[in-house]
Design a protein around this ligand. Structure first.
Ligand code: ATP
Length: 363
C-alpha cells in the first residue's frame, strides 16, 4: 500500500474551512482504497501566525515541507496585514522556494452552474491556463528611493530569462498535446513591450518545432480578454506571463460561474520538490467562520493533486462527485445563489465517493 505524505496549510479566512473539507474527501477515498493511504501534517501558518511571530511562516518552513508528496493550501490574506506581506511571506515563498514554475488553472462550466455568458454553451468553454509562476512581473526585483519626498521613485522590474520562458512554454505545449484538441494560444504583449515579450514570441516559435502535432497561435493580452468573452470555443490551452495569466484566470473563473469553484496547481514538473494545490479564491473574510464557503474549488484542487500523484481513478471519482454536487441546485452555496453549507456540500461529495469507490478505485 502506498502512503502519500500530504502537508495541509489552511492559511487565513475560509482557507480554514475549505482545507479540512478537502482533507475529508481524501480521507473518504483512503478509507475505501487498498492501494493508497494519506499521512497528513497540518501547518498553522498565515495571518494568526504572523501576529504571534512576526512572520507568516518560520524561516525553516520549507524544510518541513520538503519531504511531502504534495501540499494542499487554502488561502493567504488578512484584512489587518498588508497584502504584499501575506502573499510574499507564505504562498510565494513556497512557490518560489520549490521552483513551482508552472501554475495550471483548468476552467470549465460545470453541470448546473449558471455562467454569465448567455451565448456560451458549457462545451464552448473548456480551457487550461498555464501561468509562468517563477519570474516575470512578480520576480520581486525593484525598490524605492526618496521615500516620503516629492521625488519618490519606485520600480518593479520584470525579469524574463530564456530558460524560464522556454521551460514554461515547453510545459504548455506538452499539456496542449495531451488534450484532445491539441490547441495552444500563446499570449503576450509584444507590440508594446518590445524586448521580453518579443523574446517570448521567438522562443514559442522555437519550442513549437518540437510539437508538430500541436496547432498554436499568438494573441495580445488585451485582445485575449475580448476573445475569451466573444469566441470562447476558439481557445483550449493558454499560456501567458505571471501577471497576464493572473488576470486572465480570474476572468476565466468568473466566466465559468464562480470564484468558489476554480482550482489551481503550482507544479514543479521535474518533481524535485512537492507541488502545491489550492483553490484560486482568497480568504473571503466576509463569510469566514460561518460555514458558508464553497469547498468545490478545493475539491477540484484535490482532483489535480490526485492526478499529479498518478491516482487517476481516484481523481476521476472526485471529479464525478463534484459534478453530481454542482448539478444539484439544493447543494449550491451562496456564491452560486443557493443556501447550502460547506458541511452539506462536503458530506454529499464524501457520500458519492463512498457509494462509487468500489469500481472506481479498483479500476
Ligand atoms: P483575498 O484578499 O485573500 O484575495 P478576498 O476576500 O479579497 O480575498 P476572494 O476571497 O478571492 O477575495 O473573493 C471575493 C468574494 O467572493 C469573497 O468576499 C466572497 O464573498 C466570495 N467568495 C470567494 N470564494 C468563495 C467561496 N469559496 N465560497 C463562497 N464565496 C466565495
Amino acid at each position: 500500500m502506498k502512503t502519500y505524505r500530504i502537508a495541509t496549510i489552511p492559511g487565513d479566512g475560509i482557507g480554514k474551512e475549505v482545507v479540512p473539507a478537502g482533507r475529508q474527501a481524501l480521507e473518504a477515498l483512503a478509507a475505501r482504497s487498498d492501494a493508497f493511504r494519506f499521512e497528513f501534517e497540518n501547518f498553522d501558518w498565515g495571518g494568526d501566525y504572523y501576529r504571534q511571530h512576526g512572520v507568516m511562516m518560520p524561516a525553516d518552513g520549507l524544510d518541513a515541507l520538503r519531504d511531502k508528496d504534495a501540499i494542499l493550501f487554502g488561502s493567504a490574506g488578512d484584512p489587518h496585514i498588508p497584502d504584499h506581506i501575506t502573499l510574499w511571506g507564505l504562498r510565494l515563498k513556497i512557490c518560489q522556494g520549490f521552483d513551482q514554475y508552472a501554475n495550471v488553472r483548468p476552467t470549465r462550466i460545470l453541470p448546473g452552474i449558471d455562467a454569465p455568458l448567455k451565448r456560451c454553451k458549457p462545451a464552448d468553454l473548456d480551457w487550461v491556463i498555464v501561468r509562468e509562476n517563477s519570474e516575470g512581473e512578480y520576480a520581486g526585483i525593484g525598490g524605492r528611493a526618496h521615500q516620503g519626498h516629492p521625488i519618490e521613485v519606485a520600480t518593479d522590474v520584470s525579469i524574463m530569462t530564456r530558460a524560464g520562458v522556454e521551460r514554461v512554454l515547453r510545459f504548455a505545449f506538452r499539456l496542449a498535446q495531451s488534450r484532445p484538441r491539441k490547441l495552444l494560444t500563446v499570449i503576450t504583449k509584444s507590440n508594446a513591450q518590445r524586448h521580453a515579450m518579443v523574446m517570448w514570441d521567438e522562443i514559442a516559435l522555437q519550442v513549437s518545432r518540437e510539437f508538430p502535432d500541436v496547432k498554436w497561435d499568438k494573441e495580445l493580452v488585451d485582445a485575449a480578454t475580448a476573445r475569451m468573452v466573444n469566441r470562447p470555443a476558439s481557445l483550449d490551452t493558454i499560456v501567458a506571463t505571471n501577471l497576464h495569466a493572473d488576470i486572465l484566470s480570474d476572468l476565466a473563473a468568473a466566466l465559468a460561474g464562480s470564484l468558489g469553484i476554480a482550482p489551481t496547481a503550482n507544479l514543479d514538473p521535474e518533481r524535485r520538490y512537492p507541488s502545491m494545490f489550492e483553490p484560486i479564491h482568497g480568504s473571503a473574510f466576509d463569510i469566514m467562520g460561518k460555514g458558508l464557503a464553497n469547498p468545490v474549488g478545493t475539491f477540484w484542487s484535490v482532483v489535480m493533486m490526485l492526478e499529479h500523484l498518478g491516482e487517476t481513478g481516484a481523481a476521476k471519482l472526485v471529479m464525478n462527485a463534484i459534478e453530481q454536487v454542482t448539478a444539484n441546485p439544493s447543494l449550491h452555496t451562496g456564491d452560486l445563489g443557493g443556501n447550502a453549507t460547506t458541511a452539506q456540500v462536503t458530506d454529499a461529495v464524501c457520500q458519492h465517493i463512498a457509494a462509487h469507490a468500489r469500481p472506481a478505485l479498483a479500476a
